[in-house]
Write a protein of this length. Structure first.
Length: 112
């Protein structure tokens, strides 16, 4: 990811955001719709990939032009009882002005 914690592939319209520490390795992935979660052997989510990122932004009422000048993308994961909150923080440069958007999404956990 070239020293950044994110990468965007225009051809596949996929965004990958990683929180993986240097000493952590991905042991498995699971897919939920257009989002792929990467986990360590202990089950910690260390990265996500959003396929169809422009459609994802549109569904959040965010102009897809924000993709053209991405400066930073961060993923914050907040576990709560029976739920995991994901906050995607996107910063983009638009006409010499930094645009910042927070996109929250929630994943309820199902007890088996």
């Amino acid at each position: 990811m070239n020293g950044k914690n994110f990468s965007y592939d225009e051809y596949s319209d996929s965004l990958i955001v990683s929180n993986r520490a240097e000493n952590e390795s991905v042991k498995s992935n699971f897919e939920l719709g257009d989002i792929i979660f990467s986990l360590t052997g202990k089950g910690k989510i260390v990265a996500i990939e959003i396929r169809g990122f422009s459609s994802f932004l549109e569904s959040c009422n965010i102009d897809t032009k924000i993709i053209d000048n991405l400066k930073n993308v961060e993923l914050n994961i907040v576990p709560k009882k029976d739920t995991i909150f994901f906050i995607l923080k996107i910063k983009s440069l638009n006409m010499e002005e930094i645009v910042s958007k927070d996109i929250p999404f929630i994943m309820p956990l199902i007890n088996q």
